[in-house]
Design a protein around this ligand. Structure first.
Ligand code: HXC
Length: 259
């Protein structure tokens, strides 16, 4: 079935696909249908050998203004439990290919959490990040208290989560939440450029390196180092390692095959 609330753009650069959240009138609020379509699209791109990096964006006004408040407002706790929306988020979390968020305008609540689930964030000058759930009488539920705290530290995370204050792109950059700020008219282009730079690398090395960096968030240093070493050794079983090192010695660009 064709997705209705997202648009998938294939090959926006060599080996790069772009998924655009497409509910502009609702500031790309993340309802269950949109999240389901996003999960399915990411799984499809994960299985596609012609895709090595993925860009995820909204539009200029909003990356996403959060979970759909209108859809969940009447739910009971048991409804929320049965709907089990976080199984979708768990699937997205397991995508091995690098995902770059291109954020312009609002990235709030679940929108901020979705951007943080990505591996890098390119933001426009107009980007605003926030966890305003507290103003709705709830709190972040898709990683906002955990990923935000790890990214920006306790002081700013507490302030954002307890007051709901939005931070600017400048503050987000200063706090280490995002990778770079670009003019609004270039935010998508720059994210695609970064994705293309990533996609020129060995897809196997990319996946294993991403996995190892993420390991740093839920392991001790010693466990993380052991994990890193195993992936490092494993890559010596790949054709891409032979090709990458041979190309260096021969002073040419490598031709990685993902094998
Ligand atoms: C449903 C939303 C929405 C949301 C905006 N809209 N955010 N609908 N859920 N999260 C809708 C509005 O109702 C409105 O629809 C249209 O989008 C435009 O929004 P406005 O409010 O008119 O725009 P503006 O005045 O520019 O204000 C922008 C805004 C504000 C500051 C972003 O919309 C806002 O505060 N939105 C809610 C942000 C939020 O609280 N997010 C956290 C949600 S909870 P109509 O039909 O009236 O034109 C969450 C929990 C995550 O994310 C849990 C894990 C998944």
């Amino acid at each position: 079935m064709q997705p209705e609330l997202i648009i998938i753009h294939q090959q926006v650069a060599p080996y790069v696909a772009h998924i655009q959240l497409n509910r502009p009138k609702d500031l790309n609020a993340l309802n269950l249908q949109l999240m389901g379509e996003l999960r399915d699209a990411l799984k499809q791109l994960e299985a596609d050998n012609q895709v090595r990096a993925i860009v995820l964006s909204g539009d200029e006004r909003a990356f996403a203004a959060g979970a759909d408040i209108k859809q969940m407002m009447g739910n009971s706790a048991i409804d929320m439990y049965n709907i089990d929306q976080f199984s979708t988020w768990d699937t997205i979390k397991k995508i091995k290919k690098p995902i770059i968020a291109a954020v312009s305008g609002f990235a709030l609540g679940g929108g901020c959490e979705l951007a943080m689930l990505c591996d890098m964030i390119v933001a426009s000058e107009t980007a605003r990040f926030g966890q305003p759930e507290i103003k709705l009488g709830v709190m972040p539920g898709a990683g906002g208290t955990q990923r935000l705290t790890r990214a920006v530290g306790k002081a700013l995370a507490m302030e954002m989560v307890l007051t709901g204050r939005f931070i600017t792109a400048q503050e987000a950059l200063h706090a280490g939440l995002i990778n770079r700020i670009v003019p609004v008219e270039l935010f998508l282009q720059e994210a695609i450029k970064l994705a293309a730079e990533v996609a020129a690398m060995s897809p196997l090395a990319l996946k294993m390196a991403k996995e190892a960096v993420l390991k740093a968030f839920d392991s001790s240093l010693e466990e993380g180092l052991v994990f890193e070493r195993k992936n490092f050794y494993l890559l010596f079983a790949s054709d891409d390692q032979k090709e990458g090192m041979k190309a260096f010695v021969e002073k040419r660009q490598p031709d990685f095959k993902g094998k």
